[in-house]
Design a protein around this ligand. Structure first.
Ligand code: DQA
Length: 148
């Protein structure tokens, strides 16, 4: 199966961006490790980071017909703002996990609401870069069950 990983705005700065909040791993570190894990399990994994809402919306729309089985999404700041990205996920109706490095619930009040959590299969937050690993683990189990 094919897994799509989407990273929202400012996640290209991971490693140097507020490391006390987001950790020292770079986005390339995270993507490389996810790719290796998915490939070892016999699945394809594509990653995309964008600071532009429309790029993420366009990629989600394309996922409807490109064989994507599941999306791993860290919407970053769009978590708290983007009706457009939420609507795109609702439109394609693909299963997705919402991911955050930090735990937004222990941060500023404006981070406590998400436009995605009520549509997501699950939400993984607060484990740093491991949040992505745990979500991928869940995704691989789910895909494995569907294929069995
Ligand atoms: C984030 C949390 C968001 O509130 C923030 O805007 C981000 C990253 C996280 O991964 O912890 O950019 O999604």
């Amino acid at each position: 199966a094919s897994i799509l990983v989407l990273h929202g705005p400012n996640l290209n700065l991971l490693g140097t961006r507020e490391p006390e909040v987001y950790g020292h791993a770079t986005l390339a570190d995270i993507d490389t490790s996810l790719q290796a894990t998915a490939e070892a399990a016999g699945h394809a994994l594509e990653t995309l980071q964008s600071n532009a809402e429309h790029v993420l919306v366009d990629r989600v729309q394309a996922a409807r017909s490109d064989g994507t089985a599941l999306i791993l999404l860290n919407p970053a700041a769009f978590t708290h703002t983007s009706v457009a990205l939420r609507d795109a996920l609702a439109a394609v109706a693909l299963p997705f996990y919402e991911i955050h490095l930090s735990n937004p619930h222990r941060r500023e009040p404006f981070r406590h609401t998400s436009y995605f959590s009520d549509l997501a299969l699950g939400v993984v937050c607060g484990f740093g870069a491991d949040s992505y690993r745990y979500a991928l683990d869940a995704a691989l189990r789910r895909i494995g069950q569907a294929e069995a």
